[in-house]
Write a protein that binds this ligand. Structure first.
Ligand code: UDP
Length: 405
């Protein structure tokens, strides 16, 4: 088991001491996280890592996952796409089903002192707060820069019943009647996904997948989701391939709250079928070591999203000092300063151009990776994230009940 003290050599003992001090202020309170999937995607990734650490700090924490059927998750996926600017139509009946499933979940859950609800799927649980006097936080992990206004105003009626809303990047802040705070997500440097790996293991994982490490490898790790633009990645690769002899790896799995994964994966497989240098890898949950090795062993890592909440995969790649090319969307520009700690792009052609450049200029690419790692170390590790959350939890009591502390 990883101990909180194990982070001291990376972030310094003062940071760990500070976490213990803050955690003391929350003694006696229990934090309950609620989201809609236990595996797949960034939210599950963060909660899996964070809850044991909060517990070690003495903050009682738990994590519940709401239940929903296929219909519910197809509605919430519509919300997700619509909030990201994809044209969708949501019917009255679908809005009603959304509320109904949230109400059914209220009956199945017991609520803790601080209810920390992640993303839109469980947002309407907050209706329950009129019956119990808890503190409620809504944590938004998605890109809210240009949401579908109809879906946004539907959600807003619930969001404004919370004490506070948390967003990942300044561009997502909305006009709201409640306080909002900005907290970026983070990666765990000691997890299987991010810890150091011996070169032998990286080599053996590459050869298991049939990828040739003697030639450049360009990799994108992502759920097979339209907004991650895997087809755009293939197009960029094909343009770059006219100039440099690269291989492409598109690796990822699904999430239980994302019903569109298999369709997108099939489209990607069809597009990749004729090229033996394109590897489309379906990764089951618990492929953390494989993801780690693929990121570490790649010449360049891509994250060519069309929209992105934060894009943990960018921090993961940079932490491994990998030269990274990513779209300038959502939280990605927080992680990459263009031409200093990575490359930000806006198009398929731009992505292709930079693939070619970085493959042809390994020393420049190496420096981007080194700078990227430093930036992630200073800003996007889990200890900073825990500190921000502890301060947020404490602030809930400070605002309404100063006696409490
Ligand atoms: N991930 C994974 N398996 C996969 C695809 C992605 O474990 O098959 C991880 C990835 O390494 C990252 C997270 O899921 O930790 C994705 O987070 P991100 O913020 O990049 O995107 P999201 O999926 O939340 O939109």
């Amino acid at each position: 088991m990883i101990r909180i003290e194990d982070y001291s050599p990376i972030v310094g003992q003062a940071t760990i001491d500070e976490l213990f001090l803050l955690a003391q202020r929350l003694q006696g309170n229990e934090i309950q996280n609620i989201n809609s999937t236990a595996v797949g995607g960034g939210v599950a990734e963060i909660l899996t890592r964070m809850i044991p650490l909060l517990t070690q700090l003495g903050v009682r924490s738990r994590w519940d996952v709401i239940k929903g059927d296929e219909k519910f998750f197809s509605i919430t996926k519509k919300f997700h796409n619509g909030l990201h600017g994809v044209p969708v139509e949501v019917s009255h009946e679908e809005y009603d089903t959304f509320i109904e499933v949230n109400r059914l979940n209220v009956g199945m859950l017991s609520f803790a002192d601080i209810v920390f609800v992640h993303d839109p799927q469980p947002v309407a649980l907050v209706e329950e707060r009129k019956n119990i006097g808890r503190r409620w936080i809504w944590r938004c992990h998605i890109d809210f820069s240009k949401p579908n206004e109809r879906i946004w105003s539907f959600l807003q009626q619930f969001i404004e019943q919370y004490d506070t809303a948390v967003f990942s990047a300044p561009a997502f802040a909305r006009k709201l009647a409640i306080p909002q705070v900005l907290i970026s997500p983070s990666i765990d440097p000691l997890s299987d996904k991010n810890k150091d790996l011996p070169d032998d293991l990286i080599n053996s994982i590459f050869s298991r997948f049939g990828i040739d490490r003697t030639r450049p490898v360009i990799t994108q790790i992502s759920r097979f989701d339209y907004l991650k633009d895997p087809l755009g990645v293939i197009k960029a690769y094909k343009i770059a391939k006219r100039h440099v002899d690269v291989q492409l790896v598109l690796a990822g799995g699904g999430a239980t709250d994302d019903p569109e994964g298999p369709t997108i994966m099939q489209q990607v497989q069809e597009e990749a079928a004729k090229d033996k240098d394109v590897f489309v890898l379906f990764l089951p949950p618990s492929s953390d070591i494989e993801i780690n090795a693929l990121q570490r062993g790649s010449t360049v890592v891509l994250q060519k999203s069309l929209k992105e909440g934060f894009g943990l995969t960018v921090s993961e790649a940079l932490w491994k000092a990998r030269p990274t090319i990513a779209s300038a969307v959502g939280g990605i520009p927080l992680q990459i300063a263009h031409k200093y700690s990575g490359i930000l792009t806006h198009s398929i052609e731009g992505t292709a151009y930079w693939i070619k450049q970085l493959v042809n200029e390994p020393e420049y690419a190496r420096k981007l990776g080194v700078n990227g790692k430093e930036h992630i170390k200073n800003n996007f590790l889990i200890t900073r994230h825990i500190k921000d959350y502890l301060l947020l939890f404490i602030s809930l009591f400070r605002r309404n009940d100063i006696e409490y502390l």
